[in-house]
Ligand binder design. Structure first.
Ligand SMILES: Cc1cc2nc3c(=O)[nH]c(=O)nc-3n(C[C@H](O)[C@H](O)[C@H](O)COP(=O)(O)OP(=O)(O)OC[C@H]3O[C@@H](n4cnc5c(N)ncnc54)[C@H](O)[C@@H]3O)c2cc1C
Length: 466
């Protein structure tokens, strides 16, 4: 039988004597193989990921995070950081190492007067929306309510409001972070500005973020939802989508999707969210409602947190997942033809192909102002392959890769960090783009031994020998 005990860098098991001081000092829950809750605690959104940490340390607060970092450091233990557990490549977990599990750190404090919110790293998007919505305010985050705010923000964070208010990372005022030495840093434009730059798009490379301070924006009701057409009209609908998005104001964002309806019918859809005056929104959305013969038009005024759940049912917990994505140079007729051809041959009806529209405010921030470099491209293609039977993985993965390869002619060569699954170093580097070298410098300064490496890794410069 396989053993999954915690090991040090030499592969030697950490015995009870070495564990004891940590177990005494830690206030949260320590879960180990064999514990009742261990298997549920190592389950994350993507069921394809099956890792066995030696210890899952469910932190109750900042002090626990410091204890976990120091224990791992002193004992040469590999560390992973878990926020919402939605990283497609499973970077929230590691085998036989220690998971710093932040999922129980769910504090949210909204200051409506200052239009700021303090948020702990175990908070999910829907939980944040629920609290800020009480005051008619919101943080621009992503589009699925169960995604973790922490990983999403550190990777940039694209969502419905990005065209109006920028990315999630553009709306961070400050971070609290625990370094690889177990030191607590307050990070903002005035304190550790290099780290403030790197944490806004550089992923989980630099430390454990224990608190995010966000700027809030007044958004209460939006005009949003889906218009669904039959798959036969996919080509025309995607061409319409291109024209519709090119004339959209910042308040409007639209995504196109080729997917199956819940009863298994191949469909093509456009999802839209308009966050300005609702009457203006109706006028702008009118061409979308009147294009072709929709099977369903569910665009309507709705509270913003409801808009944030429109895609939830399409990406449930527990499916097998393999995702690929790429920014497109342009959404040409030829590119549309390839997308539709592959969509019509999809190996699983659970798979969704998504074209997301960016631009707007997020693209008016300079490429080097934050670590998030990919601000110029309008459209990102996501191939979100999902299925249920692990025995079928090979054919679903193959179809995804073939599709992705066929799209390479239309790609910009850049990638969205947050959508990367298990990718090679070159793709990760391409996602960081022009900011990669700057990130190496910050990594070398704050984490020279690459203690935090279960992530989309930026390797520090080798230590110079004296
Ligand atoms: C269904 C679904 C929908 C998504 N929608 C969007 C979207 O609309 N917009 C978007 O931008 N992205 C989206 N993503 C991608 C998502 O933002 C990333 O996968 C992100 O990593 C998820 O964050 P998490 O906290 O849930 O991740 P986890 O899997 O818990 O963590 C992933 C990695 O993030 C880092 N990390 C997490 N928390 C911390 C912390 N507190 N301190 C330091 N490092 C940390 C670590 O490196 C960790 O390995 C989506 C993903 C899924 C599966």
């Amino acid at each position: 039988m396989a053993t999954y005990e915690l090991v040090d860098a030499s592969g030697i098991a950490i015995d009870e004597k070495r564990m004891a001081p940590f177990l005494t000092a830690f206030r949260g829950t320590v879960l180990r193989p064999g514990d009742t809750e261990y298997d549920s605690a190592r389950r994350i959104w993507n069921a394809s990921i099956d890792r066995h940490p030696g210890v899952i340390a469910r932190c109750s607060g900042l002090a626990d995070v410091i204890e976990a970092v120091r224990f791992a450091r002193e004992n040469g233990v590999l560390v992973a950081i878990r926020g919402g557990g939605h990283n497609v490549g499973g970077r929230a977990l590691c085998d036989r190492g220690l998971v710093i599990d932040l999922s129980r750190m769910k504090g949210i404090h909204v200051d409506p007067k200052a239009r700021r919110a303090r948020v702990q790293p175990g908070v999910l998007l829907g939980e944040l929306d629920r609290e800020t919505h009480l005051f008619g305010l919101t943080v621009p985050v992503g589009v699925v309510s169960k995604t973790g705010v922490a990983g999403l923000t550190l990777g940039g964070g694209v969502g419905w409001l990005g065209r109006k208010f920028g990315l999630a990372c553009d709306n961070v005022i400050s971070f609290e972070m625990v370094t690889a030495d177990g030191e607590v840093l307050q990070v903002s434009a005035d304190e550790h500005p290099d780290l403030f730059w790197a944490l806004r798009g550089g992923g989980g490379n630099f430390g454990v973020v224990t608190s995010f301070e966000y700027r809030l924006h007044p958004v209460k009701m939006v005009l949003g939802g889906l218009v669904v057409h039959s798959r036969d009209s996919a080509r025309d609908l995607l061409r319409f989508y291109r024209a519709f998005t090119q004339s959209a104001p910042d308040e409007l964002a639209a995504y196109a999707a080729l997917l199956h309806t819940p009863d298994g019918m191949p469909a093509a859809a456009i999802a839209a969210c308009y966050c300005g005056d609702l009457a203006d929104g109706e006028r702008l959305i009118a061409p979308l409602r009147s294009f072709g013969k929709p099977l369903m038009d569910a665009i309507q005024p709705m509270p913003f947190p409801v808009m944030q759940t429109v895609f939830d049912a399409a990406v449930p917990d527990g499916h097998q997942n393999y995702w690929k994505s790429a920014f497109l140079r342009e959404l040409s007729d030829e590119a549309i033809d390839v997308v539709v051809r592959y969509a019509n041959q999809a190996t699983s009806p659970l798979t969704a192909i998504l074209i997301e529209q960016y631009g707007g405010a997020a693209s008016r921030i300079g490429v080097q102002e934050t670590a998030f470099a990919q601000r110029q491209t309008q459209y990102d293609l996501g191939i979100l392959t999902q299925w249920t039977d692990p025995a079928e993985s090979e054919r679903h993965v193959k179809w995804t890769r073939d599709f992705w390869d066929a799209m390479s002619a239309y790609g910009s060569g850049a990638y969205l960090l947050n959508f990367l699954g298990e990718e090679n170093d070159a793709t990760i580097k391409a996602a960081f783009g022009a900011n990669y070298d700057g990130l190496v410098d910050v990594k070398t300064k704050y984490d020279p031994t690459n203690f935090f490496r279960v992530n989309q890794n930026v390797q520090p410069k080798p230590v110079a020998l004296a």
